[in-house]
Structure formats: structure tokens, C-alpha cells
Design a protein around this ligand. Sequence first.
Ligand code: PMP
Length: 361
Amino acid sequence: MSEVFNFCAGPAMLPKPVMKRAQTEFINWQQTGCSVMELSHRSKEFMALAKQAETNLRQLMEIPDNYKVLFCHGGGRGQFSAIPLNLLPEGKHADYIVSGSWSSAAAKEAANFGNINTIDITDGSGDQTSVLPTAEWALSPGAAYVHYCPNETVNGIEVFDVPNTNGVPLVADMSSTILSRKIDVSQFGVIYAGAQKNIGPSGLTIVIVREDLLGNAQKQTPCIMNYKLTAENDSMYNTPPTYAWYLAGLVFEWLKEQGGVAAIETINRQKARLLYDFIDSSNFYRNNIAPQFRSLMNVPFWLNDESLNAQFLEQAEQADLVALKGHRIVGGMRASIYNAMPIEGVEALVEFMAAFANQHT
Ligand code: PMP
């Protein structure tokens, strides 16, 4: 079978070497005679694997020692509830910055658990959607925390500057940007991410939480969402998603072999530039986000003649370029180009897009 490039926004493609290694180890992991998914999470083999995965993630992201790394269930949306449950005491409020559909959904869910102040930072008044500079975000006094989503997976909007919240804990939904570029973890109170884009398969959620934020959970917080309890139990208060944890560990090893986050960021910037430059140079396709806020990971684009959408998708699939259909909220197309997407995949996409445009002009 020829190589397929999968542009799905998530679950997304995983690095080929990782998949091959998982295949080799599938039914006999480390000479145990069992698959890793058949072992107790408390077996010494699995505990060692779990620890190593955390160590590698800590190295990759340079996570300071005063942060806990939690391996949770429940995906990004699970954290939409867990964040207010753990961080929003009664009588206080939290600021939710809205820059697209996921940050809006996070705010809506959080409102089930406390007082939420939403702050829209998008500016759609021009031809291109733009975002207010972080210094102009109208944060409210006395917020328990500020929540934002640095990369909006659906809208393709990325905020590269980290806002200064004057000491108020900053919470970031990094589901679609984690490990794609260097960040300074110490600027954040909590970082969370569903695994199914840059980390591994769905079913695992990473939470990186500063220690001083543990221990203030609302009374009704379910045990499996309680950060303190999860941390005290090394993310094994209940049975963790062991196979997803194993695969995440393999992805972290792979990323270290690539040279780590700085090295993959260079490639990610090349991939994104290649695609955006092509779109900008064409009269056939367009992207409507202001250049300084364009996502490195999720590139939405539209055909000027939308009646060709179905044909575009069908021919792309025939060319082994799959899952390019845009999210139903914004329509058009979307190419998700996470860490595992090689530059050859983006080159093949640009080549296909150019040929399709030629055929129809
Ligand atoms: N936040 C962001 C930025 C996302 O992209 C997604 C899923 N694509 C979610 C949250 C929700 O994640 P999940 O489906 O794992 O709940």
C-alpha cells in the first residue's frame, strides 16, 4: 500500500516508527509474554514504564520540579469540568478568554460549577480574523484563574504570546499545541491536553499543575477528577488508560530522538510556512486568519468556488491525502499538521492543491 498522509485533527496520525514498534511489541512486551495492555498497572514493569514516560515528558517540556504531571481520563472536555472543580472556590469567579469554539465550550462547561466571566478577544471586523494583543485583554480583578486556549483547533487561531495575568494562575488548554513548540511552563498554573493529537491515542489526558494549586477542590469534585488525589496516587487512584500511557511513552521517546521540542518546532514552522505561503499565493484557495495568529498545527482553508468541495475531497483521497474536510462549524477544508506529519506530507498536499487548482482554472 502506498503511503497515506492523514490530516485528521484528532485522533491524529502517530509517528510511523512508534506504530511499528508498538506492533512488534504488541503481544509480547519486554519478554513478559503479555501485551502491555494486559498487565496490571501496579506491576513493576508497568510502573517503570509510567515513570519513564513522565520523566521524558518532563525533560521534553522542561517542567519545573514544583509541578505535578497527571495522566488522566476524560479528554479535553473532562478538564473543562475538572478545572473549575479544582480551582474555583465558592464566591469567586474565573476569567475565560474566548478565541474560538473550544475556549467557548470550556467557558460554557465551567459555568456549571461557578461564576464565569467571558472575554471575547477575536476581532472579525476586517477581512481577516484577528486577535487582540494580550496586553489589551480585559481581565477582571479578583479572578481565581484565567483560562485560555492558545491554539483553537477548529478555527485555526493560535495565540503565541503568553498573557501577563499579574499573578493570577493562568490555565491553558493546550490540546492541539502541546509539544509543537517551546513554551515556558513556569508561566502557567495549569496546562492540560487531550492526548490524541501530539501525544498518543485518545483516552489519555495530560495535566501539568503547579503544586500550590492542589488541595482547593470543591466538595462535590469526583475523586477521579481531583488533582490532589490523583497526584498523591501517582495517577493510579483508579485504573489509568495503560495502553494509551504506553503509546504516549513511545511518542515521547521518538520526540527525544528527533531532537526534542526545539527541533520539531523548526520543522513545524517549515511545514506551516509551506502551506500558508502556497494558499496566500493562490487565487483559488484562501485562509482568513491574520498571519500573526495562524495556527502552526491546524490550517483551515477554503476553495473560492465551494461547489468544488466534494470533488476536492474525493480526489485528495484518491491521492492518499485523507481527512481534509473542515470542521462542520467553519466548513471548507482543514489540514492538521501535527508533529507526526512529515514535511513530505505537506509537500504532497501542496502539489495536489496546485494540480487541482490548475485543473479547474
Ligand atoms: N480542546 C481542544 C483545543 C480540542 O481541540 C479538543 C478536541 N479536538 C478538545 C478540547 C476536546 O477534547 P476531547 O474530545 O478529548 O474531550
